[in-house]
Ligand binder design. Structure first.
Ligand code: NDP
Length: 499
């Protein structure tokens, strides 16, 4: 008898009746190869996992909207900023960085803060973190750096020795390490932290003028962090705490919000800025480059299926839209290549057809074929250009002004050359001017606890090298860390005196 109920079917749509029991030769006999349904079920099950992200493997995501609250059209012609009140659909994925897909949400780690804006000029991905800076400023160093945050090749355990060896040999990391060691390294939830585009980007206005930009998302929920011991406790109690928290608040209608703000630097200002304005280990001080309001980001829907949308979400800093563009920031330049490359490996060449990644507006080009092409593949339209048949145009109004460069000399970048080597002033500003006494105390406690894990035959060299860096940030900080580690400060001061 026909009924309105859905029938159980194979993947090819053929209805079947036996889901749990195999076809076999009697109760005590072997199975029959012809039980295709069993093979299909198991074969698909064996293929359920896709490669996890090498970094940012553990994540949580939600849909929402971005609403413009302030007119910034004199800086950017991007259509999503066109008028106050304009709304754009977004998808945001938060993540930890170094842990695997099953790791705890409260690990001491930066947090990813990646936003996809579905704009009428294509998808804009602002792929940031919860810190305004990063550990390194040359992308060629990224794989080595991440290896030190992952597992030791022999013990397969995390290794504080590898971490501090690398950080101490790369003093440009210290600004980010200081933030990581503060209580901001263990945010209470994804709702209670800021997001930053981190890189320097550019805005282009309708007169083709270019401005350098930093993006900031300020949490409306307020900054709230775990102390080290609270984070450790939560790791055991609920390793998926941040995921639970995000799902719970959104499901009950308590939608988290952030205000998007920008700092703007003119081309002229960039020439006289005290630091390299394209250096990812540096911030732009607020008093020199005040925050300008842009809009409000709200998260209001948990995806119905985690794998479909959160696991398959693919963000790329290369995805900008008219009115927003790149800068000479070397880390950004490196990420323009590596993010789409990672997605092609993980999800395939057609990853932008997966619903969460798909531009909801027109996509017209001559890319064809490849694994999992599921969008009709351009139908019978020409697959080459130029051609005499279609009416696809390259619209000149989207042309950007040329990027002006200061140098015509090609050579290896020296991150420690004069002008590039001030690794210490800004972390010093953070420690001395921004942190209150209790934040300082917790930060020192966390640094000492983390550095106590350094072990092995090079322990003394690594500890002393890193201590020198803490002293260069701030003498009181250096002294406090040395005291916590039980190290004689005289030797360190002698070492510092040599430089
Ligand atoms: P401001 O006093 O104007 O700003 C200080 C900033 O530090 C605020 O954005 C604040 O964020 C943030 N902050 C507060 N506590 C911490 C912490 N424990 N770890 C990281 N950030 C924290 O100073 P300046 O702009 O002159 O910058 C001084 C230092 O502040 C910088 O060297 C940098 O280390 C840090 N900083 C600067 C940012 C910038 O873009 N200028 C951004 C973030 C940090 P909130 O207001 O949301 O609490």
């Amino acid at each position: 008898m026909e009924s309105n109920k859905k029938k159980l079917t194979t993947a090819s749509g053929s209805p079947y009746v036996e889901h749990e029991n195999t076809m076999s030769v009697g109760a005590r006999g072997p199975l029959l190869l012809q039980d295709y349904i069993y093979h299909e079920k198991m074969a698909h099950f064996n293929r359920e996992r896709i490669p996890e992200r090498v970094v940012h493997a553990k994540g949580s995501g939600a849909y929402g909207k971005f609403t413009v609250t302030n007119d910034i059209t004199k800086y950017s012609r991007a259509k999503l900023f066109k008028e106050i009140g304009k709304e754009t659909k977004v998808f945001l994925r938060f993540s930890t960085v170094g842990g695997e897909k099953g790791s705890a949400d409260t690990e001491r780690d930066p947090r990813g803060f990646a936003v996809k804006f579905y704009t009428e000029d294509g998808n804009w991905d602002l792929v940031g973190n919860n810190t305004p800076i990063f550990f390194i400023k040359d992308p060629k160093k990224f794989d080595d750096f991440i290896h030190t945050q992952k597992r030791d090749p022999k013990t397969n355990c995390k290794s504080p020795t590898m971490m501090w060896d690398y950080w101490s040999l790369n003093p440009e990391s210290i600004h980010q390490v200081l933030i990581l060691m503060s209580d901001r390294g263990t945010p209470y939830s994804y709702r209670n932290m800021n997001g930053y585009g981190s890189h320097t980007f550019s805005f282009i206005n309708k007169n083709n003028e270019t401005f350098w930009i930093k993006f900031h998302f300020k949490t409306a929920q307020g900054i709230k962090n775990f102390t080290n011991s609270e984070a450790e406790e939560m790791r055991g109690k609920d390793p998926d705490w941040a995921q639970h928290d995000l799902v719970q608040v959104i499901e009950k209608g308590d939608f988290p919000k952030w205000s998007l703000k920008v700092q703007i630097m003119t081309q002229e200002e960039s020439k006289t800025f005290k630091w390299n304005p394209f250096d990812l280990t540096k911030i732009w001080p607020h008093k020199d480059f005040p925050l300008i309001d842009v809009g409000v980001l709200e998260l209001n829907k948990i995806p119905d299926n985690y794998f479909a949308d959160v696991e398959q979400a693919a963000f790329a800093p290369a995805h900008v839209v008219d009115g927003i563009s790149y800068s000479p920031d070397k880390m950004l330049q490196g990420r323009l290549l590596s993010y789409p490359d990672a997605h092609r490996y993980r999800l395939g060449a057609n990853y932008e057809q997966i619903p969460v990644n798909k531009c909801p507006y027109a996509v017209n080009n001559y890319q064809r074929d490849g694994y999992m092409r599921v969008d009709g593949n351009g139908d019978s339209n020409p697959n080459y250009r130029p051609n005499s048949f279609d009416d696809i145009v390259a619209d000149e109004s989207y042309k950007q002004p040329p990027m002006q460069l200061d140098s015509s000399v090609a050579d290896w970048y020296d991150r420690n050359a004069p002008g590039e080597n001030d690794h210490f002033t800004q972390p010093g500003m953070l420690f001395r001017n921004v942190m209150n006494n209790s934040e300082k105390k917790n930060t020192i406690h966390n640094i000492v606890g983390a550095m106590k894990g350094i072990d092995g035959p090079k322990k003394e060299i690594i500890v002393n090298r890193q201590l020198c860096h803490w002293f260069r940030v701030d003498v009181e900080l250096g002294k406090a860390v040395a005291a916590g580690l039980g190290v004689n400060v005289e030797n360190i001061l002698k070492e510092l005196g040599k430089h």
